[in-house]
Write a protein that binds this ligand. Structure first.
Ligand code: NAP
Ligand code: MG
Length: 402
């Protein structure tokens, strides 16, 4: 078979620890034998981030803006222990945070559904995608613990005029206060990313906040979504036969649990943090989730939702066998290659990506899986494979499909 040719480079962001090992295995076994892989390679491994004063992270994000599609391996976010382990010059920021700030995006996370790994919610038949706004609210808050006195909300406009509201007059018991913000521009970008993604996936978009209680803050989110929808997306949604609908977040939660799934659920930053853990756990496993960052100009960065699986890596270093699940990392590659294929009009690349996903799911449904899945599956006869063995089993199925 002749190898599939690519025209535009895919931005490749390599990472750390066990996922870096899986990354190479996936390329060697599942990609380079079939594709003339054309990537612009950035090594986001912690050592190289430290050597380049983290410039490589910024460069990789800027390359993503230039080419439009990236695939990212999981990376270490340094903490005190990593400072000594890697002898770091400073405690570099989270690469995901840096990349998100440059791309200005929304993160979409969707469970990968296979027979034998059953959701805890019986009615869920189709995946539920969480679209999480990745800017502001409590993640950029100012807060304090106070004693007796008055807390006020003061806004000074550009001409120096003040607007002042009392938040609370505290008695001697004291209490806690917090200031949060968001920007209209960021909310608009969030809205557009969600509407574009819904059109891409041909799925309904649901959005909920607490606008009955938060009549200015949450209400602004509701209003901006509605304005952007009416002005730019209503007709496109009608044509695609999909729906946008807004209701209170409590109502959304109840509807989601009763639903069959198959929708995109847009969440404010904190709601998205909490609800994506709820949804992924209820569907089975973090290693069975896709994750893509989409910016309003249609730039895509695909990654796995889990970390670098440090505990497995240390076993690997000691020469012990590992059984690490590579599904999320494989789907990061297929997502990115399919998007590249769509943008560059290379149908073979799109077909290949679909087949690799089918081969991966088929392997698990045949009962061949890694240990994390073997522990939760409802299947009776399963074979637990090691990290490489699982990828090689997928390769067999892939070769049959090609
Ligand atoms: P983690 O890498 O997600 O792993 C936590 C545990 O979850 C593992 O020990 C393992 O459980 C299980 N697990 C996760 N992914 C798995 C997979 N693919 N296959 C099998 N089991 C899997 O989280 P962490 O250990 O808290 O973080 C390690 C490093 O990852 C940290 O340095 C953190 O900064 C980084 N991180 C990066 C990202 C990212 O780049 N997107 C996200 C989160 C964390 P068992 O040990 O019980 O088998
Ligand atoms: Mg969280």
């Amino acid at each position: 078979m002749e190898k599939i040719k690519m025209t535009t480079p895919l931005v490749e962001m390599d990472g750390d620890e066990m996922t870096r090992i899986l990354w190479q295995m996936i390329k060697d076994e599942l990609l380079t034998p079939f594709i003339d892989l054309k990537t612009e390679y950035y090594d986001l491994g912690l050592k190289h981030r430290n050597d380049t004063d983290d410039q490589v992270t910024k460069d990789s994000a800027n390359a993503t803006l230039k080419y439009g599609v990236a695939v990212k391996c999981a990376t270490i976010t340094p903490n005190a222990a990593r400072m000594t382990e890697y002898d770091l010059k400073q405690m570099w920021k989270s690469p995901n945070g840096t990349i998100r700030a440059i791309l200005n995006g929304t993160v979409f996370r969707t469970p990968i559904i296979v027979k034998g790994i059953e959701p805890y919610v019986k009615t869920w038949k189709k995946p539920i995608t969480i679209a999480r706004h990745a800017y502001g609210d409590i993640y950029l808050n100012v807060e304090d613990q106070v004693k007796e006195g008055k807390a006020e909300l003061v806004f000074t406009d550009k001409d120096g005029n003040e607007r002042r509201q009392t938040i609370k007059e505290f008695d001697a018991d004291g209490g806690v206060i917090q200031g949060v913000h968001n920007c209209n521009k960021s909310i608009e970008a969030f809205a557009r990313s969600c509407f574009n993604y819904a059109l891409d996936m041909k799925q309904d978009l649901w959005f909920g906040t607490k606008d009955t209680i938060s009549k200015k803050y949450d209400h602004k989110f509701k209003d901006i979504f509605q304005e952007v929808f009416d002005k730019e997306y209503k007709e496109k949604f009608d044509e695609a036969g999909i729906e946008y609908f807004y209701t209170l977040i409590d109502d959304i939660v109840a509807r989601v649990v009763r639903s069959n799934g198959g929708m995109i659920w847009a969440c404010k930053n904190y709601d998205g943090d909490v609800m994506s853990d709820m949804v992924s756990t209820a569907f089975g496993s973090l290693a069975m989730m896709t994750s893509v960052l989409v910016n309003p100009d249609g730039v895509y960065e695909y990654e796995a939702a889990h970390g670098t699986v440090q505990r497995h890596y240390y076993k690997h270093l000691k020469g012990e066998e590992t059984s690490t699940n590579s599904v999320a990392t494989i789907f990061a590659w297929t997502g990115a290659l399919r998007k590249r294929g769509e943008l560059d009009d290379i149908p073979e690349l799109v077909k290949f990506s679909n087949k690799l996903e089918r081969a991966t799911i088929a392997t698990i449904e045949e009962g061949k899986m890694t240990k994390d899945l073997a522990m939760i599956t409802t299947m009776e006869e399963t074979v637990t494979l090691n990290s490489l063995g699982f990828i090689q089993a997928i390769r067999k199925n892939l070769e049959d499909l090609l």
